[in-house]
Ligand binder design. Structure first.
Ligand SMILES: *Cc1c(COP(=O)(O)O)cnc(C)c1O
Length: 397
């Protein structure tokens, strides 16, 4: 299915060209195949295609040409990936990657600094099927080592984490996991790093998951997700589960995500440069008590960030002195940056994680993670950094 790719092409070329197969009309843009089903010349062909003896599509829950273009483009941008499987949202990618692999009685070790819904899956949903998780301090390698059990069959981690941008040493944890048990599936949620800043599969992870809703769409339009790994993992583990449970990406959303990938590096580079500048501005402001940003030397895991990432993030976490009221008042005084819990958008967005994205988490766990009532998370968009700086400074007063 893949269109011709020159192995010498660089990522920015692949982001625009990979997976593009033109229809007989020769359209310049990728075609949008908004169709649920496909027709066959005769019943014999239909039978052959269902048997897998004839290449082609059968139904969009199983596959679709526009979704296939998205797959090929994602594979081209993710070093170490042989296969991609798109899903309807980032959460269906996270759940699908874990539920397709784990059986009753299996155990998961995960870093506890997790996006709220990832935490729900591990703490409340998988245990209903007898799959329990141990949550560890992701920065503590001893804690990881001690958490492994003979029945540990998966590791799940986010690095940098949402919202506090704490890191996990992906290479070291992948090694511990595989030394403990060769078939332990190491799954990395790479949303905050994007495919540009960090390549978990080259660091020893088995599977990378994305919420394509975030930087990959990047313009706040659609939900989507992706699971990347080996061809064998897709064929033997993912497809038998996902085809029948149905968290398929819509072809329309796949088309928007394909177009989003074309500008991913331009957008992420711009937002990351602005974020680094704004993190420095915030850090040097007397009213700001703490800034968490991996590319600042003050980040406790700055050395690890430099080792496993190629640049910082488009997100910044910070605290002002005071409590929730001071944070809410600050957010009210912003006139350019919007209050919204989405991230990775062209528009700069700010949220108060403790009362929104991480509200459903146990209070004890929030406190343990440092998601206190002062904490805010800023997703830096594409506006001029000078205007964003002026907005933050005016709201700080
Ligand atoms: C948003 C997000 C998700 C979930 O993605 P959806 O597309 O909203 O389902 C998972 N992990 C992280 C780190 C996220 O930021």
């Amino acid at each position: 299915m893949a269109a011709k790719i020159n192995p010498d092409w660089h990522p920015d070329t692949l982001a625009v060209r990979a997976g593009h197969e033109r229809s007989p009309w020769g359209e310049t843009a990728e075609a949008l195949y908004l169709t649920s089903g496909f027709c066959y010349p005769d019943a014999e062909t239909a039978e052959a295609r269902f048997k897998g003896e004839n290449e082609g599509f059968v139904y969009s829950r199983y596959g679709n040409p526009t979704i296939e273009t998205f797959h090929q483009r994602m594979i081209a941008l993710e070093p170490g990936a042989e296969a991609c499987t798109a899903t309807a949202s980032g959460m269906s990618a996270v759940f699908g990657a874990l539920a397709s692999y784990l059986n009753t009685g299996d155990h998961v070790v995960a870093s506890k600094a997790l996006f709220g819904s990832c935490w729900q899956i591990l703490a409340n949903i998988l245990p209903r099927w007898g799959i329990n998780a141990t949550l560890v301090d992701g920065g503590d390698l001893k804690a990881w080592e001690q958490a492994f059990q003979p029945n540990t069959r998966a590791v799940f981690l986010e690095s940098p984490s949402n919202p506090l941008l704490t890191l996990v040493d992906i290479e070291a944890v992948s090694k511990l996991a595989h030394d403990n048990r060769a078939d332990c599936l190491v799954v990395v949620d790479n949303v905050f790093a994007t495919p540009l800043a960090q390549h978990p599969l080259t660091l020893g992870a088995d599977v990378v998951v994305y919420s394509a809703t975030k930087h990959i769409d990047g313009q706040g339009r659609v939900l989507g997700g992706a699971i990347l790994g080996s061809e064998q993992h897709r064929e033997e583990v993912l497809l038998p589960f996902l085809r029948h449970t149905g968290p398929s990406l819509s072809a329309f959303n796949a088309w928007l995500l394909v177009k989003g990938l074309e500008t991913l590096s331009l957008r992420v580079d711009r937002s990351t440069a602005s974020a680094l500048h704004l993190a420095q501005v915030l850090e040097s402001h007397p009213k700001v008590a703490r800034v968490a940003y991996p590319w600042l030397e003050s980040h406790p895991q700055h050395a690890l960030a430099k080792k496993q990432m190629s640049h910082g993030s488009t997100l910044i976490a910070f605290e002002m002195a005071g409590g929730q009221q001071e944070a809410f008042d600050f957010m009210r005084r912003l006139s350019l940056i919007d209050v919204s819990n989405n991230l990775g958008d062209s528009k700069s967005l700010i949220t108060h994680p403790g009362t929104t994205t991480h509200r459903a988490m146990d209070e004890d766990m929030r406190n343990e993670l440092g998601i206190n009532e002062r904490l805010m998370r800023l997703s830096v968009g594409l506006e001029d950094a000078r205007d964003l700086e002026a907005d933050l400074l005016a709201a700080l007063g």
